[in-house]
Ligand binder design. Structure first.
Ligand SMILES: [Fe+2]
Ligand SMILES: [Fe+2]
Length: 161
C-alpha cells in the first residue's frame, strides 16, 4: 500500500511541510534584525514553491470534486487562497530588494506583513482540515480518494525540485 494513496492524507502531508516553514518564518520575524533577512528570503522561497504546487492541486483537482456538495465552503476557501497570495506577493516584493541598511520602519513593515501572511496561511490550513477534509472523508469513496491522490502526485512530479 502506497503511503500517499489517499487524497486527504496527501493534502495533510503538504500542510505539515508548509507549517514547518511557517514556524521558521515566524521565529525569524519575531527576532527580526537585518541579519535575519537572508533566512527569511530563503524560507519564503520555499513557502512560495510549496504553496504554488499545493494550491494548484487543490484548485485544479481537489476543490472541483467537492464543489457540487460544498460550494459555499469552497467559495470561502478560494477567497482565503486569494488573500494568502496577495500577502505573499507583498512580502516577496519587500524581500526582492531589501535596503542595504534597513530602517526600523522597513523592518516593522516586513514583520507585520510577514506575521499576517503566517496567520492567514495557518488559519486557512486549519479551516481546510476541520471543514473540507472532514467532509471529503465522509463523502468520497476510497477509489475516489485514490484517484484524486494519483492526479495530485502528478502535479508534484511536474514541479521543480
Ligand atoms: Fe488551500
Ligand atoms: Fe491546503
Amino acid at each position: 500500500m502506497h503511503e500517499l494513496a489517499l487524497a486527504c492524507e496527501h493534502l495533510r502531508k503538504d500542510h505539515r511541510a508548509i507549517e514547518q516553514r511557517l514556524d521558521i518564518l515566524l521565529a525569524a520575524l519575531l527576532r527580526l534584525t537585518p541579519e535575519v533577512i537572508p533566512e527569511i528570503q530563503a524560507t519564503m522561497r520555499d513557502l512560495q514553491d510549496l504553496a504554488a504546487i499545493h494550491f494548484e492541486k487543490e484548485e485544479k483537482i481537489f476543490y472541483p470534486k467537492l464543489r457540487p456538495v460544498a460550494s459555499g465552503l469552497l467559495d470561502r476557501l478560494d477567497l482565503q487562497h486569494e488573500e494568502v497570495r496577495e500577502l505573499e506577493r507583498h512580502l516577496a516584493q519587500l524581500l526582492a530588494a531589501p535596503p542595504q541598511a534597513p530602517e526600523a520602519r522597513w523592518l516593522s513593515e516586513l514583520r507585520s506583513i510577514g506575521i499576517e501572511f503566517h496567520d492567514r496561511m495557518q488559519h486557512h490550513i486549519v479551516d481546510e482540515e476541520d471543514q473540507l477534509l472532514r467532509l471529503a472523508e465522509d463523502l468520497l469513496t476510497r477509489d475516489e480518494q485514490e484517484s484524486l491522490a494519483k492526479a495530485m502526485e502528478a502535479v508534484r512530479a511536474r514541479a521543480p525540485a
